[in-house]
Design a binder for this molecule. Structure first.
Ligand code: ASP
Length: 307
């Protein structure tokens, strides 16, 4: 029997001091929800789902309600969940009427021979399986409308449209993610995001793509990433990191190597969590701060790490 362990994150960026308490509070609530599942003998996938659902419901994070807005002022959400035992995965992209996309990702993982659904097809799948749709405006909050307005007034839209770098270490990356190991020795991971501020409608980032922002395999490791999605995707960085664990690196070595690779190869910025099949942990980021939490028997830690 393995020692159940949960490692979660709530984004990596230049989080201002004023936002720290809200992030710590959100991480704490998510950790409690996920750990409650593992503590009573629940599965890693259930623990990941429980933790991420709490962060999606918390407006402090760029996931679920309160996410960044697309260029046309809507919320479009991406999420992935992966089961390290079976390698089954469920991904959704560009959903606009689903309050908890991680729950839809779980539904895809459990109920569909397909791995990935996008847009209206994903929403139809959700409704066919009993999920209630919400209105997109239920996910939009005034703070984000102002943020979008300010960004567009400052000309961010023009630069992204021309393909110039959209984000650096100072830009907000509040994507949420979790990795878990259950008592049966199974790993799981999940990542959920509203993507990047002022993204063009239809843009999908790394978070919900298998092997990019999320991956889990009992034979290597589980991981979840956050940060500037385009470079992470190009490097298939989640799979890159777990492959290093399979090759003998510790999760901490793999996490540090992944972030170094991201920066050296493409100048990217972000953060990563990695959990090995024995519950050993790794975390690294090259952003000024990263929010995280760890729970296992007799251990409960919450941190906003500084670089
Ligand atoms: N990686 C996410 C994306 O590019 C953003 C984030 O982590 O905040 O969609």
């Amino acid at each position: 029997m393995r020692k159940p362990t949960l490692l979660i994150h709530g984004g990596a960026w230049a989080m201002p001091d004023a936002d720290i308490a809200a992030h710590e509070n959100g991480i704490s609530n998510a950790l409690d929800a996920g750990w409650a599942v593992l503590e009573r003998g629940g599965s890693a996938v259930d623990a990941v789902q429980a933790a991420i659902t709490v962060m999606e419901d918390d407006e402090a994070f760029d996931a679920g309600r309160g996410s960044y807005l697309t260029r046309d002022g809507r919320v479009q959400l991406d999420a992935l969940m992966m089961d390290g035992k079976s390698l089954n995965a469920g991904g959704v992209g560009c959903v606009e009427r689903i309050k908890n996309p991680i729950q839809l990702a779980r539904l895809v993982l459990d109920e569909s021979p397909h791995v990935y659904f996008v847009g209206t097809g994903a929403e139809r799948f959700a409704m066919q399986h009993g999920m209630r749709p919400c209105d997109n405006m239920d996910l939009v909050i005034p703070r984000e409308q102002k943020r979008l307005y300010d960004a567009q007034a400052a000309g961010l839209g023009d630069t992204t449209f021309t393909g110039a770098p959209m984000a650096g270490p100072l830009d907000s990356h509040d994507t949420v993610g979790a990795t878990a190991l259950d008592a049966d020795g199974n790993l799981a991971s999940g990542t959920s995001t509203g993507g990047t501020l002022d993204k063009l409608p239809g843009r999908v980032g790394d978070s919900s793509l298998i092997g990019c922002g999320c991956y889990a395999d009992n034979e290597s490791a589980a991981t979840s990433l956050t940060g500037w999605g385009e470079p992470i995707m190009k490097l298939v960085l989640g799979k890159w990191a777990v492959d290093r664990v399979a090759a003998g690196a510790t999760p901490q070595q793999a996490a540090e190597a992944a972030i170094a690779h991201l920066h050296k190869r493409l100048g990217g910025h972000g953060g990563i969590i990695v959990m090995g099949p024995d519950g050993s942990l790794g975390l690294a980021h090259n952003t000024p701060r990263m929010a995280w939490g760890i729970a296992s028997e007799g251990r409960r830690e919450i941190g906003i790490t500084r670089n």
